[in-house]
Unconditional design. Structure first.
Ligand code: ZN
Ligand code: ZN
Length: 421
C-alpha cells in the first residue's frame, strides 16, 4: 500500500458492510418518510427529532438543539483518530412536481437538494460502524446540520460550541447527491465549491407622474443600465482562466405604467473561487452601482447590503488522494471521477476551516444510469437530467442509498485505526 493508499483492507470493509443488505428496506422507508416531510432552514424540528431518536436507538451519545436544530452524536471506540461525518438536513421553498408516491406533503416545500438522502446515508453508515466497532478504533462524530441552504447552519452549530461538545476532528468528511449516474463518485481537490456573496441593492431616484420625466430621476432606467453594465464585470474584468458568476436574480421597481417610482431594488448572486477574484468582482459591483446612480443624477447614493455569504469549500489534496484511493479500490477505478470545480456553494467547509482539520467533500450519483447515458448521447444531459433544486429532482432510492452508505463508511474507515476483529 502506498502512503496515500490507506484504504481499509477489503476483508475489513466487507465485514463492516456485510450488514447493509439487512438495513436497506428500513433505510428506504426512512428516506421516503424524510422526503415526504421536508422542513425549511432552521425549522427542521421534526427531521431533527427523527434523527435524534435513530441516534439514541444506536446507543450513541447524542446532543440535540445545537445551533438551533442541529444534532450531533459521538461514538468513542478506543484510541485513534477523531473523524467528523457530516450530513445537512434542510429543504427548499420549491413546489415538488415529481409525482412520486412519497412526494412532499408540505405545500411549497421540497427536499429538492437531496439532503434527505444525506441524512439517510449517514444514519446507515453509523449503523454499520456501530455494529462493526470490533473492526476499528478511534472516535466517530456525526454532525447533522440544519440550514445549509441559507449558509447559516454550520456556523450556528460551531458558534453554539459544537467542538466543545464533540471534540475537535482530525478530518471532516461529507457528501452530496448529484445528477451523476448512480454508482459514480466524484471529488475535486483544492477549491471545489464556490464562495457565494448575495447582495441587495437599492437605487434611489425621484418619483413623479409618468407623463413628466423632467420632474423625475427614473430608477427604472437606472436599474436597467446598472444590470447591463454589471454584465461586463465577468466578461471584461476577470481573466479568461479564472471563474466568476454574477447573476442579477431579482429586479423590482414600480407599480403602474404612469408612475415613475422612487426606488428600484436589485438582488445579486456572485460566485468566485479565490480571494483576489472575489475582491475584484465586489469592487467592480460597487463602482458600477455607484457610478450608474451618479450618472443618472441620483440625489442619494445607493445602498449595497450583503444578505448572505458562503466561503469557498477547499478540499485538502492529501485528504482527497487518501479517500479517493479507498473509493477506487471499493467502487472500481471507472466509478471515480474528478468533476472539476462546481459553482454551487456548500457551508460544510466551515467545519474544516474552523477546526483546522483537512476536508474531503465528494459527490455521488443519484440518476438512473440508462437515463443518464441516453441524455448524454443526445447531448442534453445538462438540460434533461433534473438537477438539485429542480422541482423534478428525484434520486433513485436504490442503489443511491447503498452507494452513499458505502461511500461514507469506506471514507470513515480510511481515516479510523483498523484492528483485527
Ligand atoms: Zn441546495
Ligand atoms: Zn445541498
Amino acid at each position: 500500500m502506498s502512503d496515500t493508499d490507506r484504504s481499509p483492507e477489503p476483508s475489513t470493509l466487507s465485514a463492516v458492510l456485510a450488514r447493509l443488505p439487512q438495513t436497506q428496506d428500513d433505510l428506504a422507508d426512512l428516506y421516503r418518510d424524510l422526503h415526504a416531510h421536508p422542513e425549511l432552514s432552521f425549522a427542521e424540528a421534526r427531521t431533527a427529532g427523527v434523527i435524534t431518536q435513530r441516534l439514541r436507538d444506536l446507543d450513541l451519545e447524542v446532543t440535540a438543539g445545537i445551533g438551533g436544530t442541529g444534532v450531533a452524536a459521538v461514538l468513542a471506540n478506543g484510541p485513534g483518530p477523531r473523524v467528523l461525518l457530516r450530513a445537512d438536513f434542510d429543504a427548499l421553498p420549491v413546489q415538488e412536481q415529481t409525482g412520486l408516491p412519497y412526494a412532499s406533503t408540505a405545500e411549497g416545500v421540497m427536499h429538492a437538494c437531496g439532503h434527505d438522502m444525506h441524512v439517510t446515508c449517514l444514519l446507515g453508515a453509523l449503523d454499520l460502524l456501530v455494529a462493526g466497532r470490533a473492526h476499528w478504533s478511534g472516535t466517530v462524530t456525526a454532525v447533522f446540520q440544519p440550514a445549509e441552504e441559507i449558509g447559516g447552519g454550520a456556523q450556528a452549530m460551531i458558534d453554539d460550541g459544537l467542538f466543545d461538545r464533540i471534540g475537535t476532528p482530525d478530518v471532516v468528511l461529507g457528501q452530496h447527491v448529484a445528477p451523476l449516474p448512480t454508482g459514480m463518485v466524484g471529488c475535486h481537490p483544492g477549491p471545489a465549491f464556490a464562495a457565494t456573496d448575495a447582495l441587495k441593492i437599492t437605487l434611489y431616484g425621484k418619483g413623479a407622474h409618468g407623463s413628466r420625466p423632467e420632474a423625475a430621476i427614473d430608477p427604472v432606467v437606472m436599474a436597467a443600465a446598472t444590470v447591463m453594465r454589471l454584465q461586463t464585470v465577468v466578461s471584461r474584468e476577470i481573466a479568461g482562466g479564472e471563474t466568476a458568476v454574477l447573476t442579477v436574480g431579482a429586479l423590482n421597481a414600480g407599480t403602474k405604467d404612469n408612475i415613475i417610482p422612487d426606488t428600484a431594488e436589485l438582488k445579486l448572486n456572485i460566485r468566485t473561487f479565490t480571494d483576489p477574484v472575489r475582491a475584484t468582482v465586489l469592487a467592480a459591483v460597487k463602482r458600477i452601482v455607484e457610478g450608474e446612480s451618479q450618472a443618472a443624477g441620483a440625489t442619494r447614493a445607493p445602498d449595497i447590503e450583503p444578505t448572505g455569504t458562503f466561503p469557498v469549500l477547499v478540499n485538502n489534496e492529501d485528504a482527497v488522494a487518501r479517500t479517493l484511493a479507498a473509493f477506487r479500490r471499493h467502487f472500481g477505478e471507472e466509478h471515480v471521477l474528478d468533476p472539476g470545480q462546481a459553482t454551487g456553494s456548500e457551508d460544510c467547509g466551515i467545519f474544516a476551516t474552523t477546526s483546522g482539520a483537512p476536508m474531503c467533500y465528494w459527490i455521488f450519483g443519484g440518476t438512473d444510469p440508462d437515463t443518464y447515458r441516453k441524455a448524454q448521447e443526445a447531448g442534453t444531459a445538462d438540460r434533461d437530467i433534473p438537477s438539485n433544486h429542480s422541482p423534478h429532482f428525484a434520486p433513485l432510492i436504490e442503489p443511491t442509498i447503498t452507494n452513499g452508505v458505502e461511500a461514507m463508511t469506506t471514507a470513515a474507515l480510511t481515516w479510523l485505526a483498523l484492528r483485527q476483529a
